[in-house]
Design a protein around this ligand. Sequence first.
Ligand code: PMP
Length: 320
Amino acid sequence: MVRWFFRTLNQRSLLAEDDSYGRIPLFPMQHLKIYLDGQFVDEPDAKVSVFDHGLLYGDGVFEGIRFYNGRVFLLEEHLDRLYDSAKAILLTLPLERPALREAVLETCRQNNLRDGYIRLVVTRGKGDLGLNPNKCSKPTVFIIAATIELYPEKYYTEGLRVNTVPTQRVSPAALSPAIKSLNYLNNILAKIEGNLYGAQESIMLNQQGFVAECTADNLFVIKQDKIFTPHVSDGALGGITRRLMFDLAREMGREIKETNLTRYDLFVADELFATGTGAEVVPISEVDGRKIGSGRVGPVTEEFIRHFKVRTQNTGVPIY
Ligand code: PMP
């Protein structure tokens, strides 16, 4: 009964049910506590201005972070990327790093969660209707800790069916894909195209026709026991989970090579998998109607999944 309850609790999805808090309240009317500009407020009271440039222009940066077993996973790496993204768009965070780290941990504590997903958002703040950020005097910071299930469990054993889509990854010359900004319309359009194909995820190419990444995940290709992933300069976000794969590969006595990849390389791959904080390590079994390898989860992917799970359970910054 208790196991059923917690399984059900974990299966409630932040993304799938946008009218819920991503969990079953332990007591009726218990609201999520949201960190908002230095205060913890009940979710219905967690409001930002309609003049916030995060909303008006997607002007801001964010992180999605997981916590497992009472520990925030790869927290320092996520904070590094957040401060780098903010620096790249000339946004000065109103909190020093130790205070922000503590705010993340306290948000988990306030919600009595040991496993879940954190959304840490910093917007340019409230301004006027023009886009000039000089009119925004103070960034808005909010932190949500809830649960998430990006893909149903069966895809981790069966693999995802994905499509390459017409919407190209935005050029690094226009907007660096290394910046994890609030401006996700490029990825959302690609996601919509994948939805139209009935795919579970979409693969985006860059202007040269090389594979960049999925809409919210990085991509890995296995061919004849060798592992490849696109360069960040091909339009991939420098994923924290992507970087972890390089560590895990070393642990496994393997090597990952960054290279240009085309759709052909995907079609003839022995195995494919995607990585992301939300998705974790998820196999891909079909691309554009081509079955990948045997169409089942391959041995190298399985090895990465196994090593990844061990890391998530044994490392991280303690919350309690
Ligand atoms: N690419 C994009 C576009 C993303 O938004 C993300 C984050 N979900 C990723 C890749 C994976 O990055 P990470 O492993 O840091 O979550």
